[in-house]
Design a binder for this molecule. Structure first.
Ligand code: UDP
Length: 486
């Protein structure tokens, strides 16, 4: 038999479209009041006029798991209702590409991440993958369209899209207040790809690199949607049913499913179980206060530190459970470190003294159905007494706004976007999030004061209503579109 050398073509990377149902802007009016609603309608009408005949394209690297995907679901839905042709595309890449982009992500946050390099080979691979993705959009993108590229993964698509006549905006959802050798390396990698952009959007002014053309920069903080499956109101009964169904509360598995309303208005049911690492059966008890951190399995979220601080400081001092909750590690394609970080947390859990291990649960939530996943997070956050976000670095931290909206006491690191969200009296900021003893003591002190928990929660909800509900986000975007149209 003759052996032939197979000739492999380079893999074709392309974008795929995510379907998002329209959400009625009018739903916001009773919450935000007449004035804000009028401003929203005016901005929406102006943007719709300016964009007549054009399409707004969003390109991100994943459809699920993380703040960008969470926000796009909402913004795209509301923008559709404003009579604007807006689409959401998700790019593709191979594991090497996502290892490179995760490296850039970590380094923009000022951390090395892995030991890999960002040199000529990485540059070439990044450029090949992003060029292929941009190429797959060419037949669809027209002159005058607006393309919003989200985060470092997509920045390499800017040049071909700008050449095709699109107005290109790069939105950076991550960052760090001060520069160091890692941020400089990541910015040097990205900088040539950002030159063709018409505008840059950051969540915080402090994240804007010093070399960037200030006239092209806008600061637009993220937002939450009170009506999404993640944040919609949920009855206590539904919370209990949902937690029972996913296996966190007794009565698990066979009970009635929890109910929620999907983004498209259709009723949904929480059916799937979560994967739970705990000592014995259903790990939570309805009467025992729950401390929760919900995050991707990313070292910078410091799930391990939350576990260590809780285990060393809380058991024996006050009754409480801890749940560390994240997405199923198989399912977040653009986050190659997830499985490893989860495994590290599981190993730490195994090593805890048994009396602490009984009080700590690791939960990974199925991601097959994004609305169902969101409803699970919603139920867990609502069941919690205290919500933690003890990140080492944090771009914005939507989980903080989500917890605050649910009138929870939030204990979070005093860094990045978290400091913009927790203002005095609306939550507890940890000045030094690496001080685990202080973290444990803070939880004990707070859990002992239910009155303080309620007061913080009530003020937190009000603050989110004033500052982080989607209407202001949409108005700022409409203003950006208007400025690009001049
Ligand atoms: N999230 C989720 N399911 C999970 C874990 C996280 O829906 O299993 C969501 C979380 O509720 C929040 C988002 O992912 O909406 C995380 O956003 P954040 O800004 O806190 O962090 P990022 O992941 O963008 O760094």
């Amino acid at each position: 038999m003759a052996l032939t050398t197979a000739k492999h073509d380079a893999p074709e990377y392309s974008v795929r479209q995510i379907e998002v149902p329209a959400s009625a802007l009018s739903r916001l009016e009773p919450l935000i009041g007449v004035e804000r609603y009028r401003a929203l309608r005016t901005a929406a009408a102006q943007a719709s006029r300016l964009l007549e005949g054009s399409t707004v394209w969003n390109v991100s690297s994943t459809a699920a798991g993380g703040g960008v995907a969470e926000m796009l679901q909402i913004l795209v839905g509301y923008t559709l209702d404003a009579n604007i042709d807006i689409r959401w595309l998700v790019m593709s890449g191979d594991p090497e590409f996502f290892a490179i982009t995760k490296r850039i992500h970590n380094r923009l946050h000022g951390a090395a991440g892995d030991t890999g390099r960002l040199s000529a080979n990485e540059k070439a691979h990044y450029e090949n993958v992003t060029a292929a993705n941009a190429g797959s959009m060419m037949s669809r993108v027209g002159r005058g369209d607006v393309v919003l590229l989200h985060d470092p993964q997509t920045a390499g698509m800017s040049a071909p899209l700008a050449e095709a006549g699109a107005r290109v905006i790069w939105r950076c959802h991550i960052g760090r207040e001060d520069e160091n050798e890692w941020t400089e390396e990541a910015w040097s990698f990205l900088r040539p790809h950002l030159a063709p952009c018409d505008a840059y959007v950051f969540s915080l002014r402090e994240y804007v690199p010093s070399w960037m053309d200030e006239s092209k920069v806008r600061v637009i903080p993220p937002s939450i949607d009170p009506f999404s499956p993640k944040n919609q109101e949920m009855s206590a009964e539904n919370v209990t049913l949902t937690l029972g169904r996913i296996g966190l509360l007794p009565g698990s598995g066979n009970g009635s499913p929890g109910l929620f309303t999907r983004g498209n208005g259709v009723s949904g049911r929480v059916e799937r179980p979560a994967a739970i690492l705990s000592e014995g059966g259903s790990p939570l008890r309805p009467e025992v206060p729950l401390v929760v951190q919900v995050s991707r399995w990313d070292r910078l979220k410091d799930m391990a530190g939350v576990m260590r601080g809780f285990a060393a400081g809380v058991p024996g001092r006050i009754g409480a459970h801890l749940a560390l909750v994240g997405p199923s590690v198989a399912d977040v394609a653009d986050d190659p470190e997830g499985a490893q970080v989860y495994a590290e947390c599981a190993a730490i859990w195994e090593d805890l003294p048994v009396e602490a291990r009984r009080l700590v649960t690791l939960v990974t939530l199925p991601m097959e159905d994004i609305d169902e996943n969101a409803a699970m997070v919603n139920a867990i956050q609502r069941h919690a007494t205290v919500i933690v976000q003890k990140s080492l670095v944090e771009g914005f931290g939507l989980t903080v706004a989500e917890g605050m909206w649910k009138a929870k006491a939030v204990v979070a690191s005093s860094i990045g976007g978290i400091t913009a969200q927790i203002v005095p009296g609306t939550g507890i900021l940890l000045e030094d999030s690496s001080d685990l003893t202080f973290f444990g003591a803070t939880l004990v002190e707070l859990l002992a004061r239910p009155g303080e928990i309620s007061a913080l929660g009530a003020r937190a909800r009000q603050h989110v209503l004033e500052s982080y509900v989607g209407d202001q986000h949409l108005v700022l975007f409409a203003q950006l579109i208007a400025s690009l149209s001049r």
